[in-house]
Design a protein around this ligand. Structure first.
Ligand code: SF4
Ligand code: SF4
Length: 189
């Protein structure tokens, strides 16, 4: 089957944004024929306001604001099940990732989500992996809720379920180089 869905956005800004998202994600939304296989296999769809198939449909219709404001792009766990199952080869996981970056750039996400994203990336950049206790502490401090998670966090630290110090991987310098390279291409950190 050829491209079965015509793009309908008439606004040039929307068209340009959709083209940009497609280029950055390395995929084409016009390939999607709305079969729903992505949604059927998505382990996180139950928690999304719009499942993956509908997010793609929004982009096809030029509803970029709706797509970028959806919680779906943040609920997505980047597991890539959708991309591997799509019969049309649409890389939905990559699109979700691209939309997260775009939403951050445009300030379309609330402060807590943006700060969590920043803290998580900082963890990976500095330690090569996540450091849960540090991640939560930083996030809670910068979002003005210093005592949040204490009831859960302290018993976990006591029982050794969470470490008070970060575990670092060996190739941390390589990781930093990856982040520097992403920065050169205008990525968010
Ligand atoms: S699996 Fe592919 S073709 Fe089917 S709805 Fe999802 S993105 Fe579209
Ligand atoms: S990558 Fe995201 S949208 Fe795709 S199946 Fe996984 S959680 Fe769902």
């Amino acid at each position: 089957m050829g491209n079965s869905v015509l793009l309908s956005p008439t606004d040039n800004n929307q068209k340009a944004l959709i083209k940009k998202l497609e280029q950055e994600a390395g995929t084409s939304i016009s390939l999607c024929y709305q079969c729903g296989k992505c949604t059927a296999g998505c382990p996180a769809a139950f928690a999304m306001d719009y499942p993956p198939r509908q997010v793609i449909r929004m982009l096809q219709l030029g509803l970029t604001d709706m797509a970028l404001n959806s919680n779906s792009i943040w609920i997505c766990a980047s597991c890539e099940t959708c991309s591997s199952r799509c019969p049309r080869g649409v890389d939905i996981a990559s699109l979700m990732d691209t939309m997260r970056r775009e939403a951050l750039k445009r300030g379309k996400t609330d402060k807590k989500v943006a700060e969590f994203n920043k803290a998580f990336l900082s963890n990976v950049k500095n330690f090569g992996r996540t450091f849960e206790a540090g991640l939560l502490l930083r996030h809670n401090l910068v979002t003005g809720q210093p005592f949040k998670d204490m009831e859960l966090g302290l018993p976990m630290l006591k029982r050794g379920k969470a470490s008070p110090l970060p575990h670092m991987i060996k190739g941390r310098q390589e990781m930093k180089k990856i982040f520097e390279r992403v920065n050169q291409f205008g990525g968010e950190q």
